[in-house]
Structures are given as C-alpha cells and as structure tokens.
Design a protein around this ligand. Structure first.
Ligand code: ADE
Ligand code: ZN
Length: 352
C-alpha cells in the first residue's frame, strides 16, 4: 500500500479509519478490564464488602503514582471474581467492548496466580474463558487466543506449578506471558518456566522496559526467547537495542494511556511511540488495563493521534497493519484481515 496517497486525508477521515479498521489487541489483561460497575455488581452477587462507598469513590482511588500503586488496587479488585459466571461476565464484557472498536483478534492475558492464591482454581476460570471465547467467535466474529501470564514478584517455582496446573487446558492456550512488578524481578528469574513453555509449543511474550531498564528487554529476548515485548518503551534509551529491535522486527505492544497513568511518561504528547515507529520498530497500540487507565484500544489510538503532530495516516496504517501481523493467529486469518484493512484504506484513498 502506498501510504503517501493518504497524506492529505482529513482529520475526520483519519479518525474514522483509525476507529473502524480491523485491528488486533495484543496487550490486555482480562482482570484489567474489570470495570468499577462490574466490581460493585459482583461484590453484591458474592456478598463481598468493598472499602468504597460507591463506583465514583472507587474510580477516585484510581490515581496511581507508579506500577506498584496500580497493582495493589488491581489485585484487590480481583477478589470479587469468585465463580465461573463471574469470570464469564468479565471476559464477555471485554469481548463485546472490543468488537465495538473493530478488534477482530484479541490475545488477552489472564493471571492464574491472583486467583489460585485465593483458592479459585483453573476449573473455575478456564471453562468461563473458553466459553466466552467461543461465543465471541460465534456471535461477534472476534477471534481469541488466551495467554497465561505468570507474576514476576512471586518465585519461579510458583510459576512452574502454575504451568503444571494448566496442563489439562493447554489446547486453549496460545502463549506464556510475564507481568507484575518489573523492577527487581528481571526476566532471567523465569528462564526455566519459559524454556518449559517453549517445549510445550507455547508462544512466549514478556513485559519488559515498562519501568525496568533496557537490559530487561534484552534478557527477555535472549533468556526467555520472547517473541513480542510488552511495553518496551524504555528501549529508546539504548541505541544498540533499538537497532536490534528494528532489524529483528520484534513487535512491541505499547500502551500509551497506561504509560501516562502509571507515570512512565509525563503525558501523551511526550510519549515516544512516534520515535519508536520512525526508527523502524514493529510497534502496536493496546489498552493494557482499560478499566483502570481510562480507555480501550480506540481511545488509545485516537487520543494519541490527537496530540502527536508526527502521527498521521501513514503511521495509522502501519500501527493497524502491525497489530494484525504481530498476532499469533493462523496465517490464513491474518491474510484475510489484512486484505480487509487494505480494502478499507484503498476505498478511503479514493474518497479523499
Ligand atoms: N499487570 C497488569 N497490568 C500490568 C502492567 N502494565 N505491567 C505489569 N504488570 C501488569
Ligand atoms: Zn500489561
């Protein structure tokens, strides 16, 4: 596609293309889609008392100073998730919301350890996730691949036990991820569990370079065999790493609103995504924990484009295309979505 022909698309056309084009969401934590309204509804359903008077009071507590201040609330929020129905309602609400943003492929993370630690096992949440994904495919045309993510603040043995517990559900998983408190928990702590995931034929991804240094991105690649880097924005501090990421076309799943809310960057206007894209990295835009950070994937795209003069139609097309290409979906599915994307943009070019 010759994106030069889109140079003079009106802002309105560009907004429509950004929001209505088919896209993949590759970095979203299903527990991070738990909206305050659903937290209150599930608390009532399950007889859980919350330390907040109402939804507004809970929302007011979402004033984070760093990753840990968010994680403390995020794990506390999980406590209302008790039954298979709760997990189904959570996942289905996200899939309906994602489909409205024209997401055709979602690869959500789930954090088993934040549930198993409360006595809620795979036999509770996995049937719910499988059922919701099947219904998303059937009713919304949304393709889903689940990624089991292990918590890096816990010991590696805990992660290995979690992977063992997932064995009966392996056919429904596409990958292994690594999340939670980054600083002080380098990727190499999880070398064995990622090696095991590789043997099982799982894809491997890892959060790195969000709060942690560029070295964590390098060890996620070299020690864990990560095929995508979740966040990775701090790679821009290391010229050699930037060249490597561009050369190897390792996708970065960047989450602009998350980076602002967790004080990784001062504001959206100063986000380094345009710089990463201009350096030739395979950048994608994602929502991370949309219920906590003020927006789903289209909000991330439109708010970023509204304040970044360096982002126009060629960058929009590249980000959308990258999201589909960087997914772990079947090649035939990807080819279909990419053709749909191009058809939409060619039509727009003629109409402009
Ligand atoms: N878990 C949920 N969201 C996360 C993030 N942005 N970074 C690390 N762990 C997370
Ligand atoms: Zn994340």
């Amino acid at each position: 596609m010759n994106t030069a022909t889109f140079a003079d698309l009106s802002p309105q056309r560009l907004h429509a293309l950004l929001t209505q084009s088919p896209k993949a969401e590759l970095h979203v934590h299903i527990e991070g889609t738990l909206e305050p309204e659903l937290i209150f509804a599930l608390a009532q359903r399950n007889g859980v008392t919350l330390p907040y008077a109402d939804v507004e009071a809970l929302r007011r507590a979402y004033a984070f100073t760093d990753l840990q201040s968010f994680l403390d609330l995020y794990y506390a929020g999980c406590d209302v998730l008790r039954t298979e129905q709760d997990f189904f309602d959570l996942a289905w609400a996200y899939f309906e919301r994602a489909a409205r943003d024209h997401v055709v492929r979602a690869e959500p993370f789930f954090d088993p350890q934040s549930h198993t630690a409360r006595g809620i096992g795979f036999e509770v949440f996995m049937p719910a996730f499988i059922h919701a994904a099947q219904r998303a495919q059937d009713e919304l045309g949304l393709s889903v691949g689940w990624i089991l993510s292990v918590l890096r603040h816990l010991p590696e043995d805990d992660a290995l036990h979690t992977l063992d517990a997932a064995m009966p559900w392996m056919d429904h998983l596409i990958g292994l991820g690594l999340d939670s408190s980054e600083r002080g928990n380098p990727p190499e702590k999880f070398a064995r569990v990622f090696a095991r995931a590789g043997q099982l034929g799982l894809h491997r991804v890892a959060h790195a370079g969000e709060e942690g240094p560029p070295e964590y991105v390098r060890s996620a690649l070299d020690v864990l065999g990560a095929q995508r880097i979740d966040h990775g924005v701090r790679a821009s501090e290391d010229a050699e790493l930037m060249q490597r990421l561009a050369r190897e076309q390792t996708p970065l799943t960047v989450c602009p609103l998350s980076n602002v809310r967790l004080c990784v960057v001062p504001d959206l206007a100063q986000h380094n995504l345009p710089q990463l894209l201009a350096a030739g990295l395979k950048v994608t835009v994602n929502s991370d924990d949309p219920a906590y950070f003020g927006g789903y994937v289209n909000d991330n795209l439109t708010q970023l484009f509204a304040v970044q003069p360096a982002l126009g139609a060629p960058q929009a097309y590249a980000l959308l295309r990258n999201s589909l290409e960087a997914s772990f979906a079947a090649d035939a599915d990807k080819a279909l979505w990419l053709a749909q994307l191009d058809a939409q943009w060619q039509g727009a070019g003629r109409a402009a």
